[in-house]
Write a protein that binds this ligand. Structure first.
Ligand code: HEM
Length: 455
């Protein structure tokens, strides 16, 4: 039996109070998932909850999360949430593990290299400019919709480029939101309900099929005349890169089907996450005028009144702290792993095949790890401040499944914040209470804001 460092007797995980026969903790999770997940730390560092009859061991200490994600990662597979996503998203890196995942990640990684991010950032700058110039002073905008459109465009333009891909980008805008909305429910509901002919299932299945179909069409085009043109143009979109990538260790290439699965996986992982983070940043700026003033001052000094350029991003140090702090407060809710053999974590024995989960959201709001955790304070991240130890802060996860798109997300989000801040002061629409709605990253229930021209 493998152990994480611990002295003392090995015990079973304490069961979180309130478990009901058959339902387990499902009602608590259903009624108030965010508060319930946060409350788990009161019951121990490794605690057990049951979703129906499905037991899950939740890690509430950053050291144990680090052990599972990094130090002993090879002892854990993906877990049930990812298993449930696989029929919808295929075998892309988001749902796979083990040797297959390692090989795929090796082949995809170059597409996220710094040199390519700079190219994607050019497109992000144009899109952020288009978003912020489309608004009218005094006319309310929904920042939930705007940030989602922006994130969808950023990811779609990274995956496809060239005129032949226009219908694919349009299809992504139409179908991906439907898939993302249905996905969370699918991931937690029993598999037997997938086939029920209810509108939710029908809409979801149709949207997922359309996405697969359109990407297959684009790949078929890339395989013919388009491939020559792409080569001539030196195109660097993700599909071109994946279709031409060769594994340095094995010499293997990817099948068209695998390229499609990877494209879908990246769309799925890279859209809602960035959109939600960006929406929360605008919300926090709207609530903290002093923070907004400092962002404006920095953007004025670095960007002035011209459009944002990719080279500006590394100079936006205060804006970057705002981003880090928004990501701390508004983090992903839950990810799962599965123990491949029996393990002991923090003195708690976990049987082979058991599900394990960690919540960046709950860790980042733990008062033992971050003083005054609900206070939005970008200065936590300033140079010289006593910064939180690395593995307390895991908005992008850690180890072999760490977010492959983290640098992409930083570029995307800083570009949008700078572009908006150079033109607008966004004030919250009066009389609206913004609530957190459970999702991959809890989302703002709504976010109407009013642009006020700065110049
Ligand atoms: C602020 C935005 C983002 C956040 C907070 C975020 C967060 C995360 C986290 C926590 C994981 C690890 C999940 C685990 O432990 O199982 C992850 C994985 C992943 N993310 Fe992100 N992500 C963001 C943006 C993006 C973007 C923009 C892309 C792509 C364009 C992307 C692509 C991926 C992929 C492909 C994986 C799976 C990596 C693997 O298993 O090898 N993410 N992300």
């Amino acid at each position: 039996m493998e152990q994480t460092k611990h002295t003392g007797p090995v015990v079973n995980a304490p069961v979180v109070p309130g478990r009901l026969p058959l339902l387990g903790h499902a009602l608590q999770l259903w009624r108030r998932p965010i508060a319930f997940l946060e409350s788990l730390r009161d019951h121990g560092e490794v605690v057990r909850l049951d979703i129906g009859t499905w037991p899950v061991h939740v890690l509430t200490s950053p050291d144990h999360v680090h052990a599972v994600l990094v130090q002993q990662a090879q002892r854990f597979g993906r877990g049930r949430v990812f298993d449930r996503l696989r029929p919808m998203f295929g075998n892309g890196i988001v749902t796979t593990d083990g040797e297959f995942h390692r090989k795929q990640r090796r082949m995809i990684q170059p597409a996220f290299h710094r040199s390519h991010i700079a190219g994607y950032a050019e497109v992000m700058c144009r899109q952020a400019e288009a978003m912020s110039t489309s608004w009218t002073a005094g006319r309310e905008v929904s920042m939930v919709t705007e940030t989602r459109q922006y994130a969808l465009s950023s990811v779609a333009e990274m995956i496809f480029s060239g005129d032949l891909s226009r219908p694919a980008v349009a299809e992504v805008h139409r179908s991906l939101p439907v898939v993302l909305e249905g996905m969370l429910l699918r991931a937690v509901m029993p598999k037997s309900l997938d086939r029920l002919p209810i509108p939710l299932n029908r809409r979801f299945d149709t949207a997922a099929a359309r996405l697969r179909q359109i990407i297959d069409q684009v790949i078929a085009q890339y395989g013919t005349a388009e491939a020559d043109r792409a080569a001539q143009e030196g195109r660097h979109d993700l599909l071109s890169l994946l279709l031409s990538s060769v594994d340095a260790e094995t010499g293997a290439t990817m099948s068209a089907e695998q390229v499609r699965d990877e494209a879908i996986a990246i769309m799925f992982a890279g859209t809602e996450t960035s959109a939600t983070t960006l929406a929360w940043i605008f919300h926090e700026l709207g609530r903290h005028p002093e923070v907004e003033r400092r962002v404006h001052a920095e953007v004025d000094a670095v960007v002035g009144d011209r459009p944002v350029r990719p080279t500006d991003l590394c100079e936006l140090t205060y804006t970057n702290r705002v981003f880090q702090e928004a990501l701390r407060l508004h983090s992903p809710l839950l990810f799962t792993r599965r123990a491949l053999g029996p393990v002991t974590i923090g003195g708690v024995s976990i049987p082979a095949g058991a599900e394990i989960a960690y919540s960046p959201y709950a860790l980042h709001r733990d008062p033992a790890l971050f003083p005054d955790p609900t206070v939005f304070d970008p200065d936590r991240w300033r140079e010289g401040a006593e910064r939180p130890r690395d593995h307390r802060y895991v908005p992008f996860g850690a180890g072999q499944h760490k977010c492959i798109g983290d640098s992409f997300a930083v570029a995307e989000i800083l570009t949008a914040v700078a572009s908006v801040a150079s033109r607008w002061h966004l004030t919250p629409a009066p009389g609206v209470t913004v609530r957190e709605v459970p999702a991959g990253i809890p989302q703002p229930s709504e976010l109407p804001m009013i642009p006020v021209a700065r110049r």
